[in-house]
Design a protein around this ligand. Structure first.
Ligand code: GLN
Length: 190
């Protein structure tokens, strides 16, 4: 399976390393044509406003929507979660609307809430390390969205069909539980 990593900005190399630990070589995606033959795409953390600007400039916004339309699997972490959301608030910004969630960007005041937490998840691997860096908050989830992990009473890992969204950074932890789950989701659809 070809797994793409959106590489316009942010910590895409950390995702490539996480995939390498699972024996998968990620393909860096910077142009729409590079999505050809890709079955799963990771949207990394970083700065979502800058990322969205690049996506529009390169026509990748449309290309990613088409990718989702032909059944491609998507995994967004932090800024990537913001890009996938149906609606983004505080401040509002354009997003791809590929997951039925509402995201609040500056929920912690000044984007300074950065910490490492441990939590349980539905992925069945005991405790999960969750690295939060100026993390956005999932303020609302639609009916078709499964909450796979919560932290401090809020959804932090959710799934809708073949779209996986984390407000934390699994790519910055040594364990590969979330990436392994995503690869399985991309392969089997569940
Ligand atoms: N808050 C950032 C944004 O709005 C995301 C932070 C991150 O990806 N670590 O893009």
């Amino acid at each position: 399976m070809r797994v793409g990593i959106l590489a316009v900005q942010g910590d895409y190399e950390a995702h490539a390393d996480a995939l390498t630990r699972l024996g998968v070589e990620g393909v860096l995606v910077r142009k729409p044509a590079e999505l050809e033959g890709v079955e799963a795409l990771i949207l990394p953390g970083g700065e979502s406003t800058t990322q969205m600007k690049f996506l529009r400039e390169e026509g990748l916004d449309k290309a990613i929507r088409e990718f989702a339309g032909r059944g491609g699997a998507l995994f967004g972490t932090c800024a990537g979660a913001i890009l996938l959301a149906r609606e983004v608030r505080n401040p509002a910004q354009e997003s791809l609307n590929l997951a039925d969630i509402v995201i609040t960007r500056n929920a912690y005041g000044r984007q300074v809430a950065s910490e490492i937490r441990q939590g349980t998840s539905q992925l069945g691997q005991g405790q999960l390390e969750m690295v939060f860096i100026r993390a956005p908050v999932i303020a609302d989830v639609g009916k078709g969205v499964d909450v796979l992990a919560e932290s401090e009473g809020r959804a932090v890992l959710v799934r809708q069909g073949k779209v996986l969204v984390a407000t934390f950074h699994p790519e910055l932890s040594a364990e590969t539980t979330v990436h392994a789950f995503f690869l399985k989701l991309a392969r089997n659809g569940h």
